[in-house]
Design a protein around this ligand. Structure first.
Ligand code: FAD
Length: 401
């Protein structure tokens, strides 16, 4: 019998196990992951950016945790010798009409108390000589890292501290009974005092298994990337982002130097017909049925037809994708980019069609469920782990144990 069991071997599950073990060194803790390797899904398929918290609504969990989380992520990397680089980023206004949006973003950044400076065209060209821009916001605290490496380090720290890590272990049913939670998996049943659901793209299904009623459905949005040919990498020095449209903050492809030196372009955002579907043709009847029969999906789709269509075109038509990149760096040509591995975002949606904006952590009786942890959750992961530990009502015997 475990004191705590965490479902999900992504960065949120591992950060939570790390925080729990620190808070309760003598507790018996297990982590269950259905794949044979850690970080197989969102954590291993993202842009690798340590976000500073520029975009997020002041007072939100995202704003607070991105700011604290970027600092704790950099600290963690330094302490454990993980390659990272606080290279800074520029958010570039390429057209006149983006200047008021840039100013509005600058105001928000002031409210979030993040160190950002406005720079003109000349200042921008000193940082990114190949960018086409009228002005920009320079964010010096943004960085890059490989989150899979962070997750693997967390795994080695927790297993050394005595946490049991089960790979190839898929949770199939959860039963909260009087004094414990019974978890059925493909490798038999386990008992635990408390369960923490960090199952990313499947988190809503685990909530249902635990018989907790929520209004939430995970809708998978694939983010497709290109990588810049080696001989064109010099066109991008660090991180080049567009000024986001506040109505669609997660849209807008950017150029990202990765920690291995490669340069990624993307991601776009297209509905995926499979939760773990990394190719354009990926299809799961169950996942598709789930989305198409959810009333919220049709409300969201109806309200965002134009943007949705643009993203689809960008997905199937390389030249259109490259055009969005040329807005930022005009010298990039279609032959300079090669398709790279995609990721799928686990975005929670409500029945009325709204996308859940902030991180969402839902308590059960003997469980806690991380139901919305999209970007910047990798940045914020160490803080999310600490927050979950704070929210767990720990039985007395563990506190003193
Ligand atoms: C395209 C893209 C770009 C992004 N860019 C950034 C970025 O630059 N910076 C940033 O901070 N964030 C970024 N993010 C967000 C970030 O990657 C995620 O917020 C973070 O990885 C979420 O971690 P997780 O542990 O919740 O999910 P995951 O990494 O998806 O882990 C969940 C795990 O649960 C397991 N699981 C599911 N169901 C079961 C089950 N029944 N039994 C056992 N195991 C199960 C899965 O196999 C999976 O390994 C990006 C995301 C995407 C998709």
């Amino acid at each position: 019998m475990y004191d705590f069991t965490i479902i999900g071997g992504g960065i949120i599950g591992l950060s939570t196990a790390y925080s729990l073990k620190k808070a309760y060194p003598r507790a018996k803790i297990s982590v269950m992951e259905k794949e044979s390797t850690l970080a197989s899904h969102q954590t291993g398929r993202n842009s690798g950016v340590i976000h500073s918290g520029v975009y997020y609504k002041p007072g939100s969990l995202k704003a607070r945790m991105a700011k604290q989380g970027s600092a704790s992520m950099v600290e963690f990397c330094k302490e454990h010798g993980i390659d990272h680089d606080v290279c800074g980023k520029v958010l570039v206004a390429t057209h006149e009409e983006e200047l008021p949006r840039m100013d509005a973003l600058y105001e928000r950044v002031q409210q979030n108390k993040i160190n950002v400076t406005k720079i003109g065209r000349e200042g921008l060209l000193e940082i990114e000589p190949h960018v086409n821009g009228l002005a920009a916001l320079k964010v010096p605290t943004t960085g890059i890292v490989n989150y899979k490496q962070v997750t693997e380090k967390l795994a080695s720290l927790i297993t050394e501290a005595g946490v049991d890590l089960f790979l190839d272990t898929k949770v199939k049913n959860i039963e909260e009974v009087k004094e414990e939670v019974v978890i059925d998996t493909n490798r038999g049943s386990f008992k635990t005092g408390f369960l923490i659901n960090c199952a990313g793209l499947h988190s809503d299904r685990l909530v249902e298994m635990a018989h907790i009623h929520t209004d939430i459905k995970i809708v998978p949005f694939r983010g497709e990337y290109f990588t810049l040919a080696d001989e064109k990498r010099h066109l991008v020095k660090g991180l080049i982002y567009p000024i986001p449209n506040p109505a669609f903050p997660f849209l807008g492809v950017h150029l990202t130097r990765m920690i291995d030196g490669s340069v990624h372009a993307g991601p776009n955002a297209v509905l995926s017909l499979k939760r773990e579907g990394y190719h354009k043709t990926a299809f799961s009847p169950k996942d598709t049925f789930d989305v198409l029969t959810y009333p919220g999906f049709w409300k969201m789709a109806g309200a965002n037809l134009q943007e949705g269509w643009k993203e689809m075109v960008r997905s199937f038509h390389k030249k259109t994708f490259v055009k969005s990149l040329q807005r930022l760096v005009p010298d990039i040509q279609p032959d300079d980019v090669i398709p790279a591995k995609a990721g799928v975002r686990a975005q929670a949606m409500l029945k009325d069609g709204r996308l859940v904006d902030d991180f969402q952590i839902i308590p059960g009786k003997r469980s806690i469920h991380v139901c919305n942890a999209p970007s910047p959750a990798a940045t914020a992961s160490l803080e999310i782990g600490k927050e979950i530990v704070k929210q767990i009502p720990v039985p007395r015997q563990i506190k003193v144990g």
